[in-house]
Design a protein around this ligand. Structure first.
Ligand SMILES: [Zn+2]
Ligand SMILES: [Zn+2]
Length: 246
């Protein structure tokens, strides 16, 4: 444990193993969490509606619990599909306790769009920047309302899709963010500060925190040696808290 001063940094809310696109197997990821001094490790391998590995994954995480003092949470990361907030999850998620909601595509009324396609629409003037931002915020808020019963959830790398679509998180103001903050607060959904994508920015995090949303830390580690390693998150948390203190 190396100067892990902030209590939020003792939980890594977002990690991958070789069940999806992580490099390392579960036992190495768990060992890395121990080495990093984590209290809680949330495993969030990627799923889609047609994913079939979940029964093996759930069993593996359950078995790993007997081997470590670290609290293991069996989660998945799934994308928000459209502005109704539909989530790209398999029908049967037995044994899955946590959902990381991700903006891997831009959720539009007719389904998930490549961010480049949104950029084209913005450039062509067929969609306004405000409209695009409002669609993303609405989709995310509605997805929160669709989290399957009995599961905890968090927003993974909130607004990571914006730069890919030629949009800027700084364009998201407090009124636009308000419905999303309310949905997070009402459903107990946390918002992750994501080490890999370095988002959301402290400005956004402070707006959310000021609206009563709980923040958390996620490495988005795709290899064991990145688990619980939070240099950007630590700085961003400090800056967020400085903004929240009048
Ligand atoms: Zn992701
Ligand atoms: Zn991820």
């Amino acid at each position: 444990m190396s100067g892990r001063t902030h209590p939020l940094l003792r939980t890594d809310l977002h990690t991958h193993t070789d069940f999806s696109d992580g490099r390392d197997p579960l036992d190495q990821v768990v060992a890395a969490a121990e080495k990093a001094g984590l209290h809680t490790l949330v495993l969030t391998d990627h799923v889609r509606a047609d994913t079939t590995y979940l029964p093996r994954y759930v069993t593996a995480v359950r078995d790993a619990r007997a081997t470590t003092p670290v609290r293991l949470v069996c989660g998945v990361e799934a994308k928000i599909r459209d502005t109704e907030g539909r989530i790209d999850l398999p029908d049967d998620i037995t044994g899955i306790d946590h959902i990381a909601l991700a903006d891997h595509r831009f959720p539009l009324p007719d389904g998930p769009a490549h961010p480049e396609a949104v950029r084209d629409r913005l450039d062509a003037g067929t969609m306004s920047r405000t409209e695009a931002l409002a669609l993303l915020v609405r989709a995310t808020a509605r997805a929160i309302g669709r989290i399957p019963a009995g599961r905890t959830a968090h927003l993974a790398h909130l607004f990571s899709v914006l730069p890919k679509a030629g949009l800027d998180e700084a364009e998201v103001d407090a009124p636009l963010l308000a419905p999303l903050a309310r949905a997070c607060r009402d459903h107990g959904v946390t918002v992750e500060l994501n080490e890999k994508w370095q988002c959301p920015a402290p400005r956004t995090a402070a707006l959310l925190s000021g609206a009563g949303v709980r923040l958390a830390a996620g490495s988005d580690a795709h290899r064991a040696d990145a688990v619980g390693v939070f240099p950007w998150v630590a700085r961003a948390l400090a800056e967020t808290e400085a903004r929240c203190t009048p």
